[in-house]
Design a protein around this ligand. Structure first.
Ligand code: C2O
Ligand code: CU
Length: 468
């Protein structure tokens, strides 16, 4: 009954008119909460930067006409952007002023298990929790979102997602586009009902919709100056893989890829298109310099055949002024301290599968049980996991706690966009991928799962006990 209508094929004359919302930065509290958690064994600066967010129902103007009922952080969608400086910890107090259990995960962060937003570490209605984030990692684009067992898809779809951006000096000195020329884009898709309400169907296959919603703005346009912009692309769709490219009047415009999940690549990579699976982030620099005022550039999506209905276009950029541009994209961006295969002391396999009756997605032949430990690993040990996809579909595999790098995909070295630090990666159908990582600093129970949220909610998730 809730089957969404198929969107029309891409129409080159379509005009996006809603001004893109830029999520506001959260305002820090004057002092940390009296019961702020201790630094949990990490030597860091004190006091931390503190934020307090209330999780509560809200109405968001997304389409002309009625506002859309949602649930969000601080009454905003996306949630306020949390900014951190590497080495200065953050305490985020999440107050549950809603009627359902929640738990909040900071995606891509190296944190204690206690602050990781474990799926059953609930903040019950009326309660709050202080999450402690050391920010002891490279600058990059991260995001915080709900992670409640069986309900992550429903909760994220309802609005529980926001950006968490770490800055550091190594990145600051590069003079990349910054300030208002550094634009985070939370890319999502939604199905709206007749009264502009969100329609959600958590079927085990995955849910999306024909309407692009970027930073909470349906069918948006961003006015830009004729200069370089850093665009932080976050696939926040529940289930849709995005195959993105930019185009002016249908003609593709190349861009430079500068960062993946865990921060800057070694060098910028000129690209024409980028595939972003749910949960992944890629930062790109788009140069509008040579486009005359009034040029309209589309951000287009070549559709994911696994998700119905089609979503051919995401948003538009309109050049509305010229400006002097002093930002640069240096040929060398960062040093990636790769873990070496020869140093690996531990090995494991994670098999992405489908049950014999074809009804249930699995990891290592099982589904999630929060009371069971599926993998035991040693802390501070260089580890290689082989991800084996025994299904015909791409699944975005996500591991908590640390960033990894990819050794090979079907025996071949990863392409440049997959050669940097990652925490989420699309494992191709019937493919094999080896990843290398070192669980550092923290021990405890962390999950690994498919980031197609409806797969995750049908328990395509297992847990790892990191032991000292
Ligand atoms: Cu973004 Cu375990 O999730
Ligand atoms: Cu999956």
């Amino acid at each position: 009954p809730n089957a969404p209508k198929r969107a029309p094929a891409y129409d080159p004359n379509r005009v996006f008119t809603n001004p893109l919302r830029i999520p506001e930065d959260a305002t820090p509290e004057a002092t940390p909460p009296a019961d702020a958690p201790s630094p949990q064994g990490v030597a860091t600066t004190w006091p931390p930067t503190s934020y307090r967010l209330s999780i509560r129902p809200m109405n968001v103007q997304m389409l002309p006409g009625a506002a859309t009922p949602m649930v969000g952080f601080a009454g905003r969608f996306p949630g306020p952007t949390l900014r951190a400086e590497r080495g200065i910890p953050t305490v985020v107090t999440q107050a549950n002023d809603w009627t359902e259990n929640v738990t909040i995960h900071n995606h891509g962060h190296k944190v204690s298990a206690e602050s990781d937003g474990h799926p059953v570490d609930y903040i019950q209605p009326g309660r709050y929790k202080n999450y402690y984030y050391p920010n002891d990692q490279r600058a990059g684009t991260f995001w915080y979102h709900d992670h409640t067992m069986d309900l992550t898809g429903a909760h994220v779809y309802a609005g529980l997602a926001g950006f968490y951006i770490i800055h550091d000096k190594a990145e600051d000195v590069l003079n990349l586009p910054s300030g208002s020329y550094d634009v985070p884009l939370l890319l999502q898709d939604r199905t709206f009902g007749d009264n502009n309400e969100l329609i959600y169907n958590g079927n085990p296959h995955g849910w999306g919709g024909p309407t692009p919603v970027i930073n909470g703005t349906a069918n948006p346009v961003l006015n830009v100056a004729a200069r370089k912009y850093r665009l932080r692309l976050l696939n926040g769709c529940n289930a849709r893989t995005l195959n993105l490219h930019f185009a002016v009047q249908g003609k593709p415009v190349p861009f430079q890829l500068i960062a993946s999940d865990g921060g800057l690549l070694e060098a910028p990579v000129p690209m024409k298109a980028i595939t972003v699976t749910p949960g992944e982030r890629y930062d790109v620099v788009m140069d509008f310099t040579n486009f005359p005022v009034n040029t309209v550039m589309d951000l287009l999506n070549v559709d994911d055949p696994e998700i119905d209905p089609l979503l051919p276009a995401m948003m538009q950029f309109k050049v509305n002024r010229t400006e002097v541009d002093s930002a640069t994209v240096p040929p060398k961006l960062s040093v990636i301290d790769r873990l070496q295969e020869k140093d690996a002391k531990a090995f494991g396999t994670v098999e992405l599968g489908l049950s014999a009756d074809g009804e249930t997605w699995t990891l290592n032949g099982t589904t999630y049980d929060p009371a069971r430990i599926d993998i035991r690993s040693k802390r501070d040990t260089v580890t290689i996991w082989t991800l084996k996809n025994a299904t015909a579909f791409t699944h975005p595999f996500h591991k908590h706690l640390v960033q990894f790098t990819i050794l090979d995909i079907n025996g071949q070295p990863p392409p440049p966009e997959l050669a940097g630090w990652k925490d989420t990666v699309g494992v191709p159908g019937n493919g094999t991928m080896r990843i290398i990582f070192k669980n550092e600093q923290f021990s405890g129970t962390y999950v690994l799962h498919c980031h197609r949220l409806e797969h995750e909610d049908h328990r395509m998730m297992i847990q790892e006990s990191v032991e000292p």
